[in-house]
Design a protein around this ligand. Structure first.
Ligand SMILES: Cc1ncc(COP(=O)(O)O)c(C=O)c1O
Length: 285
């Protein structure tokens, strides 16, 4: 998540990445990193990784927790957004099975209600929470008491639960439409993740097609996306893009994907044309 990287870098942190596979951050890479470095913390999004929408499998969660406890490295668990999941219920948050007491859990109302709230919560060891409270006071005194009271009342009246069910139903519908449209419209060299939670997925483009260069061409056809590269810690990801289905009306998803697929096919066609010209070229010496 690019904002988290910006925050860590603004404090002078040097970031090391642990790549994901289908079961979560690769535990053996994490274990190796802990043996070679002494990181201040490990940040991850186990319930719904932004941008892939993938979740951490229980066995991977256990290995990450064991390694962090062994090396006494805190895990900052960005709980974004554990309440939005599709299919089987997600595995428990790392915090819920954190016997070593190494996890600091961050939750947010931004995704399940709306981003303008800027209201979240933390679960962690009291001495750390006290330090964070002091740091927050220095940063902005406190989050609006009015907003906090309003959301508290909303939760107390069980309206959040009702709302979460409605949101999850609607997002599940949009997710299904998006996956169907991708299967139907995309050329065969394009692949994508199938989100287990959250509301985005990561598309990988055919080799040679750069998502950043593709964006203006897509916008010309009236469709936009987030290039994937800023989500990668140590470069790479130029062939990837993030599609979000949170704010696109269900009846516009298929048309959006049709236009995106056309943009990709056109870029791939130009690339092949250039390759043919280059192959046929005679060097002038
Ligand atoms: C992974 C992740 N964590 C946290 C946030 C931000 O949450 P908040 O709006 O509560 O700051 C986002 C927002 O997009 C996100 O993608």
């Amino acid at each position: 998540y690019p904002r988290a990287m910006q925050v860590f870098r603004s404090f002078g942190a040097q970031l090391l990445s642990v790549p994901w596979d289908a079961t979560g951050p690769r535990a053996e890479v994490f274990e190796r990193l802990l043996e070679r470095h002494t990181p201040k913390l490990f940040y991850c999004q186990p319930s719904a990784h932004n941008p892939t929408g993938l979740a951490v499998a229980p066995e991977t969660a256990r290995r990450l927790l064991d390694a962090a406890a062994r090396h006494q490295v805190p895990i900052v668990e960005d709980g974004f957004d554990g309440s939005l999941f599709y299919g089987a219920a997600p595995t428990l948050p790392l915090k819920a099975v954190d016997r070593g007491g190494v996890v600091i859990y961050i939750g947010t109302f931004s995704k399940i209600l709306f981003p303008g709230l800027r209201l979240g919560w933390l679960v962690g060891p009291p001495p750390i929470l006290e330090r964070l409270q002091a740091a927050k006071q220095l940063a902005d005194l406190h989050t609006s008491a009015l907003i906090q009271a309003a959301v508290h009342r909303f939760c107390e009246r069980k309206l959040l639960d009702r709302h979460a069910t409605r949101v999850a139903t609607e997002y599940a519908r949009r997710r299904a439409l998006l996956l169907t449209a991708l299967r139907r419209r995309m050329p065969s060299e394009v692949t994508w993740t199938e989100p287990q939670g959250g509301f985005s997925l990561l598309v990988t483009l055919p080799s040679g097609v750069d998502a950043g260069a593709l964006l203006p061409q897509a916008i010309e056809r009236g469709v936009a996306f987030a290039p994937g590269a800023p989500f990668f810690v140590d470069g790479g990801g130029q062939r990837t893009l993030r599609l979000s289905f949170s704010s696109v009306a269900a009846n516009r998803i298929d048309e959006g994907i049709r236009r995106l697929a056309e943009t990709i096919k056109a870029a791939r066609g130009r690339l092949r044309g250039r390759e043919r010209v280059e192959r046929g070229a005679v060097p002038v010496v």
